[in-house]
Each structure stands twice: as C-alpha cells, then as structure tokens.
Design a protein around this ligand. Structure first.
Ligand SMILES: Nc1ncnc2c1ncn2[C@@H]1O[C@H](COP(=O)(O)OP(=O)(O)O)[C@@H](O)[C@H]1O
Ligand SMILES: [Mg+2]
Length: 356
C-alpha cells in the first residue's frame, strides 16, 4: 500500500497540516532541526502504531499539547491515530481496533537511517527482527506460530521462575517445539533468500568484499531442540529461564569469512547495512505483490554521491513508495526526469515545492 494523504495535528514540532504524497517518490528537504525526521516518524507511526525514535509515543506529542492526531489515506483503507498521555486510539476505516497488529499488517514500512548500522553491529535480536519483519508481511501462518511460540515460552519460563509444577515442563516443551521449528524454518529460508540477493549484486555498494550470511540455531548444532531442552533442564530450573531455543538464534554476517562488524570500516559497514535492507526489500517484493513504504533519513550524511546514486537506482527498481530526507533541496541524478514530489520543512512548517 502507499499513503496518498497525511493529516497531522500537534505531532512533534510540526505545524498542523494536510499533505498529498506522490505514490513513488517524495523528497523532503530542510535545515537541521526543521522537522524532517518528525515527518517520517508521523508516516511510520501511522503504519505501525509505534515510533522508531522512542518506545514512548507520548514523546511525540507536541510540547504543551495534550495529544497528537494522525490521519492517513492509503490505497484501500484509511487509518486514524490519536495519542494522549493516558489514551491511545487506533482506527481503521473508522472502527477502533484493539490489536495493533491489524494496523501493522496493512502496510509494510521500514526505515534506513543512521541506526541501520545496528543490524550488523547490534545484538542478535536486531538481526532476528529484521528477518521476522519480512516473514510477518508474507507468511500467513507466521503470526499464529509466533503467538503459539510466545505463549509456550512464557508459560515455560513461568514454571522455571517460580519452580512450581516443574512436572509440567514436558507438556510445555511439546507446545514450544513445533512453532519454534516452523518459525526457524521460515527464518532460514529468508536468510538464504537475502544472502542470494546480496550475492547477486549489492547495488555496487561493496564490490570488493565477499559477503555471506550464516544462520546459527540457539542451541548446540549437533542436537535437536528436544534434546537441547532435555539436556538443559536442570540448568533452566536453576536459572529460572529457558536457555536453548530460537530466542537465541543468530545470523552471522561475514565479510571475506570474518565477522563483518570486526573487519569492515565504518563506511563499509554503513553500505553493507543498507545493502542488507535492500536485499530484504527485494525478498519481500518477490514474495508478495504488496507495495512497501521505505523511509530514507539523511542518506547524504551516510554515504558519498555515487553510492547514494546506486542506492536510489536499486530502490527505484524495486518499486516502493519512498520518502527521502536531505538537508539541501537536492534532486539525486537518477531521480531527475522522473515524476516526484518535493516538500520543504522550515521550523516545523511543511510546504510542497515545485519539483523543477
Ligand atoms: N514533542 C516535541 N514537541 C515539540 N518539538 C519537538 C518535540 N520533539 C522534538 N521536538 C523538536 O523538533 C525539532 C525537529 O526535529 P527533527 O524532526 O529531528 O528535525 P530534522 O530531522 O529536520 O533535523 C527539533 O528541534 C526538536 O527539538
Ligand atoms: Mg533528522
């Protein structure tokens, strides 16, 4: 899905406004502190019901105001969100929804910004989430397996923590294993697809380095999950939580056979992280007809002109709705001659600009 119109009220430093977006390319310019990232954040919140900037959506309410409102028109639905200090309301086509996942399911959205580097240098959890994001939007059974898995793991950990009814562990192990293996299978498949895209071309971003991905399960490689759970049982009871499981899986990213985070320069790491996002977007696009929204925050601060050009070229090929921020009202070479919209932000005021 793409977003055609956004209305916002009292969101961050932005002046209340209604904007009509281009279905594929939107360029946003403005000085530091003008409100560019806040505009991207508003689009993100409207798709996800959460922010990429803070766990507390309350922080996005304009200072000295009681609440913010967001309203968006997408291809085939409308979404409205209101957040005050003690209330959070999400509406889809006018009806209040109870589960955020209903909104999240509608439009896949992701962001490339300075934090994208964490995909390589951050915790295994960040890499698992990166794979899970793809699966969530493509595999219909993913959500169900995820819920079963979360429930079983929670129950198991509860038994371990309170050391009561440990005889029920066998029962919960049975419930835990099947969804765990189903989810892990998906993850391995997606990891393989992403690795394939990386091999077949990194958008010219890291041609001199051989990148590979290895999926490592969160228990000893010679054991089944059942065996690992059995073997760890005493240890689990002592510690009060489950050691072995897919919550410990990791994707190792290697450059010429060495952990990428250890050997690549910061510039190379930035380019690799962007290449990994591009590979995930390609994977998602291939498996699903759904349109994706991609926010690209301040890429000029991240990489040189020619690398940026390659990134934009690849993103345009994938077919996404793009929102790209930059300080200067600069139109990248590959976008010139194409149809797009520009916006300029000044002290929180967003104005459409002529794109010539
Ligand atoms: N809740 C808020 N209410 C009002 N202003 C805010 C709020 N949160 C952040 N700001 C201000 O919004 C301004 C714009 O931030 P940002 O969107 O990050 O700008 P840019 O991305 O253009 O550099 C900053 O000056 C910041 O201090
Ligand atoms: Mg910014």
């Amino acid at each position: 899905m793409s977003i055609s119109q956004l209305s916002l009220t009292d969101f961050r430093n932005l002046q209340s406004t209604t904007l009509d977006f281009h279905p594929s390319i939107n360029l946003i310019s403005g000085d530091n502190g003008s409100g560019k990232t806040s505009l991207l954040e508003a689009v993100f919140v409207l798709c996800q019901g959460r922010s990429f900037r803070s766990h507390h959506l309350k922080k996005s309410i304009q200072h000295d105001k009681n609440s913010f409102l967001l309203f968006g028109r997408f291809n085939d639905y409308k979404a409205g969100l209101s957040k005050s200090s003690d209330k959070f309301d999400i509406r889809v086509d006018g009806e209040t929804i109870k589960r955020r996942s209903i909104l999240v399911n509608k439009t896949p959205i992701n962001i490339i910004n300075a934090d994208s580097l964490n995909l390589i240098t951050g915790s295994p959890q960040q890499r698992r989430q990166y794979l899970d994001w793809c699966m969530f939007h493509v595999e219909h059974s993913y959500g169900e397996y995820w819920q079963q898995y979360q429930h079983a793991l929670k129950q198991r950990n509860k038994l371990l923590k309170f050391k009561k009814d440990v005889n029920l562990l066998d029962y919960w192990d049975d419930y835990l294993i099947q969804p765990s293996l189903a989810l892990q299978n998906y993850r391995k498949t997606y990891c393989g697809e992403i690795a394939r895209h990386i091999k077949s071309g990194m958008a010219g971003l890291l041609d001199d380095v051989d990148i590979s991905l290895e999926y490592h399960q969160g228990w000893h490689s010679s054991m089944s999950l059942q065996e690992a759970l059995n073997k760890n049982r005493e240890k689990d009871i002592r510690a009060g939580f489950t050691h072995a499981g897919i919550h410990r899986d990791n994707i190792q990213i290697l450059a010429d056979g060495h952990p990428a985070a250890d050997v690549l320069s910061r510039g190379q790491l930035k380019r690799l992280s962007i290449a990994l996002f591009i590979a995930a977007l390609k994977t998602l696009r291939q498996k699903s007809e759904r349109q994706l929204i991609l926010l690209v925050d301040d890429l000029r601060a991240e990489m040189d002109e020619s690398a940026q050009g390659k990134v934009y070229e690849t993103l345009l090929e994938i077919g996404l709705q793009l929102f790209i921020t930059n300080i200067e009202p600069h139109v990248p070479e590959v976008i010139r001659g194409k149809d797009f919209k520009m916006f300029h932000v000044e002290h929180g005021m967003i104005k459409p600009r002529k794109s010539s």
